[in-house]
Design a protein around this ligand. Structure first.
Ligand SMILES: [Zn+2]
Length: 115
């Protein structure tokens, strides 16, 4: 049996993912510029932000404790604001430089995920 099969590595969770996705939702909800919200762009934003923030891995079985304490106190404030900044920068970068061509000069960019 391979090493990877001997342990429950699927219990490893990067809590930063949840935090970044929640923050991304918040920021896009109130975003004032026209912005593409297709699946590609939104996932690009999430990936970019996640590459910027410090990972926050936990073992999901007993993990909520660690996450809770990482988000509390002076350290937690620092982490929360680094998530806000990373998401803000990622949104700006993708808006200015989407991974696909702009759809007809900034029109109808509001919500282009029609599948
Ligand atoms: Zn897009």
């Amino acid at each position: 049996m391979a090493f990877i099969d001997n342990f429950d590595f699927e219990y490893l969770k990067n809590e930063a993912e949840n935090l970044v996705i929640k923050e991304l939702g918040r920021q896009l909800e109130t975003y004032s510029e026209p912005i593409c919200l297709c699946n590609d762009c939104v996932l690009d934003m999430a990936a970019m932000a996640l590459n910027t923030v410090k990972p926050l891995y936990r073992v999901s079985l007993l993990g909520s404790l660690y996450t809770a304490s990482a988000m509390d106190g002076k350290d937690g404030k620092g982490y929360a604001s680094s998530v806000r900044e990373a998401v803000f920068d990622a949104v700006e970068k993708v808006r200015r430089n989407p991974s696909h061509e702009l759809h007809e000069e900034e029109e109808g960019l509001e919500n282009t995920d029609e599948q």
